[in-house]
Design a protein around this ligand. Structure first.
Ligand code: NOJ
Length: 557
């Protein structure tokens, strides 16, 4: 039974305020043509599911033409759709059908690098004096040793942990690739590159997209002197990706990238797009020295009306009350002081990170769902997170991810978190009716799938549906402020969201033992992470919480 919930008027708000964005990794969501790889028509066929889940927007990982050296994050044409995923018309149809259901679409922008098959790079590699010769980061060798050119510095690539420099005979120079050797870094110093990238944003905005997720932003700005990076004293040889043997203070994270992001955000405010609400979220993992100040730098560089950085604490923090207590308390206070427009933007998982359930376990992941869906700002749900999908071990001969090269411990890279969506107990989980799927399915898909979870009242899927629904319909959760209540050292974290006279209290028991919370007024439990009440349950005084339980309580007025 659904709880009666008041309708919220959203006028005046940006679509991202209080929004729930569902991340789709297109290869893995729904295959429509039997080739074992997901595609855009597949996504269209699942829009009803997404509507029922209640999400406000979809973020699509790249679907551009690409040789797929990094599964689409190597873009060969920023203006098209790879035939593997469909056509540009399919994308337009997705936009139109999603909009008809009041679901926004944001797309992935990859500004730091292109594919080596992009026409710009093909031209650029030919000589030092053609139209595109300065579009990428080219450097002379330091010299030659034994006839071999010596790279300009010690920078490493993030995937294999080998030199980030690749030699090109025709130019007698190296090009830089922060990621795969087939992902040459663009030269953002060059005004022509900047113009091409900003025009590309305009192209998609004109088509009607509602915003962007911007990839790998810290690397857009490099040290102008290209200095060697110092050794990382915390690196453990034989355990860590060799990339982490250096401290990356020059190959990225320099002041410049903030300027470039400011320029990108400004495009969303241009006259042509004014009045049509747009939003962009940037991907930059903090160096974790002082995350709150590091995030604040992003807020200061981009107009917070149209942009925010991803807040990755849901991925990076251990599931411990004091760390969450400290971070949330400090972060929201800082953000509020900075600007009423600044929007938090939380992700607890994505296509590069271990799945939430694998990281913290099923019970805690349910409490984390309560936390995530009651936090202020825009929050992200990675496809399958709502089902409690976990990492899947990939047989050695089936590993696809180029990142597996640097995954010294497991040799799996990011494939385990990218396996096909589990729709039903049918063959290939209803993901594909082809012979095989691009990555194997989870062995437990027959027990864990959308159809099965829909039928179970307390399933993870039904918990997500309830929470998403609540977030979308309660003004307190959509745009109420945030106040931390619990004191440090307690296994339980308590915070409230307040809007006008309305107040919602959230209690999260981080411990594997029962605990209690003393409520000074009375209220009604709307959601428990352990079971979903069919009616709001009245409570007052001492509230018992079971191990790992999280509660959402509406405070009586
Ligand atoms: C971050 C993306 O999320 C990841 O999947 C990709 O491999 C790198 N950036 C390079 O584009």
């Amino acid at each position: 039974m659904k709880l009666p919930i008041p309708k919220l008027k959203k006028s005046g708000l940006r679509w991202a305020d209080g929004a729930v964005v569902y991340q789709i990794y297109p290869r893995s969501f729904q295959d429509s043509n039997g080739d074992g790889i997901g595609d855009i028509p597949g996504i269209i066929s699942r829009l009803d599911y997404l509507k029922e889940l209640g999400v406000s927007a979809l973020w699509l990982s790249p679907f551009y033409p690409s040789p797929m050296a990094d599964f689409g994050y190597d873009v060969a044409d920023y203006h098209g759709v790879d035939p593997m995923f469909g056509t540009l018309d399919d994308f337009k149809e997705l936009l139109q059908k999603a909009h008809a259901l009041d679901i926004k679409i944001i797309i992935d922008i990859v500004p730091n690098h292109s594919s080596d098959e992009h026409q710009w790079f093909i031209e650029s590699s030919k000589s030092r004096d053609n139209e595109y010769s300065d579009w990428y980061v080219w450097k002379d060798p330091l010299g030659f040793e034994g006839g071999f050119p010596v790279p300009p510095n010690n920078w490493l690539d993030l995937f294999a942990g080998k030199s980030a420099w690749e030699w090109v005979e025709a130019r007698q120079q190296f090009y830089l690739h922060t990621f795969h050797v087939r992902q040459p870094d663009l030269n953002w110093h060059n005004p022509q590159v900047r113009k091409a990238m900003l025009d590309m944003l305009r192209y998609w905005l004109e088509m009607g997209v509602d915003g962007f997720r911007v990839d790998a932003v810290p690397f857009m700005g490099k040290d102008p002197e290209y200095r060697d990076e110092p050794a990382n004293p915390h690196y453990v040889n034989g355990r860590d990706n060799p990339y982490h043997s250096l401290q990356h203070i020059y190959s990225g994270y320099t002041d410049e990238h903030y300027t470039y992001l400011g320029m990108m955000a400004d495009v969303l405010k241009e006259r042509a797009f004014r009045g049509r609400k747009r939003f962009m979220i940037t991907e930059g993992y903090t160096e974790r020295i002082d995350p709150v100040s590091e995030y604040l730098r992003y807020y200061k560089s981009m107009d917070p009306e149209v942009a925010a950085p991803f807040i990755f604490e849901g991925i990076q923090l251990p599931w411990e009350p004091h760390v969450w207590h400290d971070f949330l308390g400090e972060f929201h206070k800082t953000l509020e002081e900075f600007s009423p427009k600044a929007l938090a933007s939380y992700a607890f998982g994505n296509h590069d990170q271990w799945r939430l359930v694998t990281r913290i376990g099923e019970e805690r992941a349910r409490s984390a769902a309560v936390l995530k869906l009651t936090l202020p700002g825009v929050i992200f749900v990675y496809y399958g997170e709502e089902l409690g999908m976990h990492n899947v071990e990939i047989p050695k001969d089936k590993v696809q991810d180029p990142g597996a090269a640097g995954d010294i411990q497991y040799g799996q890279g990011r494939d385990p978190e990218r396996t096909p969506m589990q729709w039903s107990a049918d063959e290939h989980a209803g993901f594909s009716d082809g012979k095989d799927t691009w990555l194997p399915l989870s062995p437990d898909y027959k027990e864990h799938n959308v159809a099965g979870e829909e039928a179970k009242p307390n399933s993870s899927l039904n918990l997500y549906r309830r929470l998403v629904n609540l977030r979308q319909s309660e003004p307190t959760l959509t745009h109420g402020n945030f106040r931390m209540h619990s004191s440090k050292g307690h296994p339980l974290m308590a915070y409230s969201r307040n809007f006008g006279k309305e107040s919602m209290l959230v209690l999260i028991n981080f411990s594997d033992k029962p605990t209690t919370y003393g409520l000074s007024n009375s209220g009604h439990i709307l959601v428990s992470s352990l079971n979903l009440p069919t009616q709001p349950e009245p409570v007052q005084g001492t509230i018992p919480l079971q191990a790992h339980e999280a509660l959402v309580i509406r405070i009586d007025k």
